[in-house]
Design a protein around this ligand. Structure first.
Ligand SMILES: Nc1ncnc2c1ncn2[C@@H]1O[C@H](COP(=O)(O)OP(=O)(O)OP(=O)(O)O)[C@@H](O)[C@H]1O
Length: 623
């Protein structure tokens, strides 16, 4: 293992490689460090600050270091503090929003309460959608308007984001409501500071004098407006030092693009370009395999990343039959690792979205393996589809609760009125009595009772298939998706997951009990401290960014999952490939990738990124 540098005391320059030294020694003017994963980006930023203060005698107060998450700020501060150099505490470290908030407060009467909380923002967005629906007399449905609004703000306008006039209407309605409430949102801070710097050159000058040196980590995640502001701040001095990896740009949905790195070299043609191409993190096999995948992206700076470490173990690709088998495979493998003395915190399970982790988390619970989830877990069994199924199953078990009947009586639509369900304890007999003079309604009630009787005799998996296909529940869901403007495939995906969770369960009761235990376990886990030691990490590909683990299990590597079924355009597929690349490159010693062959009776295909692992880079010309 290599020694971790950048921690402890200030490392001597000789610890760095030649290119790192070139970056660290940079004094004035623009510089872009283009670096692959694990090549020492953060290390170089910390090293350069030390050099600036100790060798170039730049006052620490003049140095501004920007990164993207509070977590990264904390980590960077900590790394830097440990160098023990004089004046370290006077360097400004912050996120874009944090720094701009501080600047805005000096001009405007701004307080934290004025910034919309997430829930307040959603409420305003929902009200704005309703305003537009009322005006137009049409339904907008469940479009992600906040995502659209955020993208427009980060882009500094609608161009290239949306051409839909309805989106503009929603945007303006949202702005109007927000203003009336006397609030601003997170991204408004970017727009406000941009406008302030344009309107008030005196204020801009003051900050230019204060921060004569700007360093940005994870530059590839910069949105257009964030970059424009930083350029203004750097002004004529052009002392701007950015560190990034276009291959790790994964925040397209927030308005970031790998093209930002190209823009930088166009805006600052004189910039010193440093390439860090030595990977200190991963075994050579992992570096080579991830390189094979990312090379398929067209929109990137070519790189030639080399590993300092030995080959290690080849990347293991595991095909499994279904999700239950995959979950069991990963949990058993992790258990073995733990038995052999590996610490839980040295292991991570990585997936595309939190929804993909449900089965594996449940296997970890069965194996009593401690784990935590960095992001908010997806509560599969509290989804309305799972609640419907549970209600059907309870009725099939002979439990008679009004709420269960109310929930499913018209799913699919049987045209039964709520008033027919007045009593707390309802039965089919009561319904028949209510509709005694309507023969066609009696037929419907009889049919439902017959369905329930059938379900009661089956295993959960068979009962679910029956419900889905024989009762019209699936058609109901498709109609529901249309009406609510939801993605049909999302709902069908949830159905598949639920079906998979039923496979080994013998009775309806057993499955319901299992869903309760699972949900309670998740809730308990969410109450605990997220970053506690002694636990295996469960991370989405986005959440894995910047982290590293000895052993990584990359699960659900199938088409439709990664690349995600909604990422259909070329640029989006490239972003999905970058996500996969970020996930692969978190592994230090061993990377295991798994995919399933079958979901809910249908064949699924391994992700194209897995296939790229097996495609020779330079196919031999046929003779
Ligand atoms: N010259 C070096 N010699 C030995 N180890 C190094 C050197 N440079 C960096 N490292 C180590 O390599 C690891 C990765 O470095 P760092 O976290 O700075 O990479 P990064 O480029 O920011 O990674 P990523 O973008 O993938 O998150 C760290 O453990 C760091 O201490």
């Amino acid at each position: 293992m290599t020694e971790k540098i950048g921690g402890g005391t200030k490392p001597p320059l000789s610890t760095y490689n030649e290119e790192q030294r070139r970056a660290i020694a940079h004094k004035n003017g623009p510089c872009m460090v283009l670096a692959g994963p694990g090549s020492g980006k953060t290390t170089v930023i910390a090293g350069r600050i030390c050099e600036m203060i100790e060798t170039h005698h730049i006052p620490p107060e003049e140095i501004l270091v920007i990164t993207f998450t509070k977590y990264a700020v904390k980590e960077m501060k900590e790394r830097f503090r440990k160098t023990g150099i004089h004046g370290a505490g006077s360097v400004t470290f912050g996120t874009f929003h944090g720094i701009y908030y501080g600047m805005l407060r000096q001009v405007y009467d701004l307080c934290a309460e004025q910034i919309l909380r997430e829930d307040e923002q959603s409420t305003i967005a929902e009200a704005a959608v309703k305003d537009v629906e009322r005006t137009n007399g049409t339904r907008i449905g469940d479009k992600d308007v906040l995502l659209m609004i955020g993208k427009v703000k980060n882009n500094g306008g609608f161009q290239g984001i949306t051409q839909d006039p309805e989106d503009r209407q929603v945007y303006h309605a949202y702005e109007k409501r927000k203003k009336a409430a006397g609030k601003i949102d997170f991204d408004d801070m970017l727009l406000l500071i941009y406008q302030l710097f344009q309107k008030r050159p005196d204020i801009l000058k003051k900050w230019q004098e204060r921060y004569r040196y700007i360093l940005i980590d994870e530059f590839q995640d910069c949105s257009r407006i964030q970059y424009e502001i930083v350029k203004m701040l750097a002004g004529q001095r052009r002392n701007i030092f950015v560190v990034g990896d276009d291959d790790q740009s994964i925040y397209g949905f927030r308005g970031a693009s790998p093209a930002i790195m190209k823009h930088f070299s166009e805006d600052y043609p004189e910039a010193k370009i440093v390439r860090l191409e030595i990977n200190y993190r991963s075994a050579a096999h992992i570096v080579a395999a991830s390189g094979k995948v990312i090379k398929n992206n067209k929109n990137r700076f070519p790189k030639d990343l080399r590993a300092v470490h030995d080959k290690g173990k080849p990347v293991h690709v595991q095909e499994v039959y279904d999700m239950a088998e995959e979950a069991d495979y990963v949990a058993a493998a992790v258990k073995e690792k733990l038995k052999s003395g590996v610490l839980p915190e040295e292991i991570a399970v990585i997936f595309r979205t939190t929804q993909d982790a449900a089965m594996t988390m449940s296997a970890f619970m069965n194996y009593s393996i401690p784990f935590f989830m960095k992001e908010k877990a997806f509560h599969l069994y509290e989804h309305f589809i799972a609640e419907d199924i549970k209600a059907y199953f309870r009725i099939a078990q002979g439990i008679r609760q009004r709420n269960d009947f109310l929930r499913v009586i018209n799913r699919p639509n049987r045209y039964i009125s709520r008033t027919a369900l007045e009593k707390e304890r309802t039965d089919f007999e009561d319904l028949r009595t209510f509709y005694c003079d309507k023969e066609w309604m009696i037929d419907r009630i009889d049919q439902m009772e017959e369905d329930i009787r059938e379900i009661a005799k089956m295993t959960p998996y068979a009962a679910f298939q029956y419900l889905r296909k024989k009762t019209g529940y699936q058609e109901f869901l498709c109609e529901y998706a249309k009406e609510k403007n939801l993605e049909q495939s999302d709902l069908l995906g949830i159905m598949d997951e639920i079906a998979e969770s039923m496979k080994k369960k013998e009775s309806l009761q057993e499955w319901i009990k299992y869903t309760d235990v699972y949900t309670n376990h998740l809730k308990e886990m969410e109450k605990e401290d997220r970053f506690t030691e002694g636990k295996v990490a469960f991370l989405t590909m986005h959440g894995a960014k910047g982290l590293e683990y000895r052993f990584v299990y990359l699960i659900e590597a199938e088409e439709g999952i990664v690349p995600h079924r909604k990422a259909i355009r070329d640029g989006e597929t490239e972003e999905e490939r970058r996500l996969f690349y970020v996930a692969m490159t978190r592994a230090k010693e061993q990377l295991t990738i798994s995919y399933v062959r079958q979901k809910n009776g249908k064949d699924v295909h391994p992700s194209r990124f897995v296939q790229e692992l097996f495609t020779p880079l330079h196919p031999r010309a046929s003779r």
